[in-house]
Design a binder for this molecule. Structure first.
Ligand SMILES: CC(=O)SCCNC(=O)CCNC(=O)[C@H](O)C(C)(C)COP(=O)(O)OP(=O)(O)OC[C@H]1O[C@@H](n2cnc3c(N)ncnc32)[C@H](O)[C@@H]1OP(=O)(O)O
Ligand SMILES: N[C@@H](CCO)C(=O)O
Length: 352
């Protein structure tokens, strides 16, 4: 970006880069903005590989002939400000050439959206035909519709909230502590210490905590029960092995540690904690009353982290939004990534 980005904190962030992916052709009124979740990225469509750590997280929904048909829509997925997939974040070089590290300024969901609005300006997109996102992506989507009502024509809010709750901040708290108390955190200035010398243990602990909140007690019980991980014995007195569910969480921790930066995890989690679309805008009803987009709100019936009551609040206070579209799923919060058939059904009411 040619100009520094003024942040809510009063700091101006220089040399901001936005990395993004897009599919389809822009015809002036067909742009769809897809906003990823905490550890997601711009890779919404396509296989893993070629620099992409995970396969596209909505590959079954977006593409030629699919629900968001890229023969019709121009789909844009930017990587978030503060993340680690190409858009400026704590691991990016500051103007002095060294990683920002602890010097990376505090950012908010509003700052992330302000950058995305500038990015839209650069692409020549005055208004999005649709903005959609789940979880942290949903926080940005609702912030977009409140900050720039005339730039959002349709809105899909998935598994998200109008303001982070005390419960969500509480779950984030041990995750942040695990990273910051890892001796390799080094106050946030570990990026130039060399590969393998970051706070990987802390990030892994954070992911284990988070991943358990993304799923449900019932699913974990049904799927893993009290089974030991094959070849391991949790009752071995000298070298206790793991239960299968522990091994499962270890696996998700290890995968994240290999693809994600701990300082981004901290910066993004802090931004999510600060999310409150009504901050400085009167009551929640007044803030959400600014939305003019045709809106659909959807949530998972078993989401214990972003409970359906949060989506009910959004649906109730956003003018014209119908009742919440319920995603009946055993998968809790992660339903917005897994239940693609139901998601396609919900999306087609907006983009079909
Ligand atoms: C909107 C966004 O952009 S969000 C970002 C999306 N991507 C991610 O978050 C990546 C991390 N993954 C996840 O969060 C979830 O796996 C999802 C939501 C993407 C998919 O969920 P599911 O399909 O239900 O996958 P699930 O949670 O069962 O995990 C499967 C993995 O666990 C492994 N696993 C299952 N049981 C065990 C066990 N007992 N021990 C070790 N590993 C295990 C599987 O082998 C599989 O490994 P792989 O992913 O390396 O192939
Ligand atoms: N699996 C998702 C869940 C958070 O919404 C992520 O890692 O971003």
């Amino acid at each position: 970006m040619p100009e520094p980005l003024p942040l809510e904190s009063g700091v101006a962030l220089p040399d901001v880069t936005v990395a993004y992916e897009s599919w389809g052709t822009f015809t002036g009124d067909n742009a769809v903005l897809v906003l990823h979740a905490l550890t997601g990225d711009s890779h919404v469509v396509g296989p893993a590989g070629l620099g992409h750590p995970t396969p596209g997280w909505w590959a079954g929904i977006i593409g030629p002939g699919l629900t968001i048909d890229t023969d019709r829509w121009f789909v844009v997925a930017p990587n978030v400000l503060g993340g680690c997939q190409g858009t400026t974040g704590p691991a990016s070089p500051a103007p002095d050439g060294r990683p920002w590290g602890s010097r990376f300024p505090r950012i908010s969901v509003r700052d992330q959206v302000a950058l995305e609005a500038r990015f839209a300006d650069l692409l020549g997109i005055d208004a999005w035909a649709c903005v959609l996102g789940g979880s942290m992506g949903g926080m940005r989507a609702v912030e977009w519709a409140v900050s720039y009502p005339d730039r959002v024509q349709r809105l899909l809010l998935l598994a998200c909230c109008a303001a982070a709750s005390a419960d969500q901040i509480a779950w984030a708290s041990p995750q942040l502590a695990a990273i910051r108390e890892d001796p390799n955190w080094c106050g946030g200035d570990y990026h130039d210490r060399g590969r393998g010398l970051g706070p990987h243990i802390g990030l892994g602990v954070a992911r284990r905590i988070a991943h358990a909140t993304y799923r449900t007690a019932e699913e974990l019980d049904t799927r893993f029960g009290r089974r030991p991980q094959p070849g391991e014995d949790p009752y071995d007195a000298t070298a206790p092995g793991r239960f299968a569910v522990e091994s499962y969480l270890d696996h998700h921790a290890e995968k994240l540690v290999h693809r994600f930066d701990a300082a981004s995890y901290v910066a993004l989690t802090a931004a999510m904690n600060g999310h409150d679309v009504s901050r400085g805008r009167g009551t929640m009803a007044e803030a959400l009353g600014r939305v003019t987009a045709r809106t659909v709100v959807a949530g998972s019936t078993t989401d214990r982290l972003y409970p359906l009551s949060q989506q009910e609040e959004l649906a109730e206070l956003i003018p014209g939004a119908g009742p919440v579209e319920r995603i009946e799923s055993p998968y809790g919060h992660d339903a917005f990534l897994i239940e693609t058939r139901r998601l396609a059904e919900i999306l087609s009411t907006l983009t079909g």
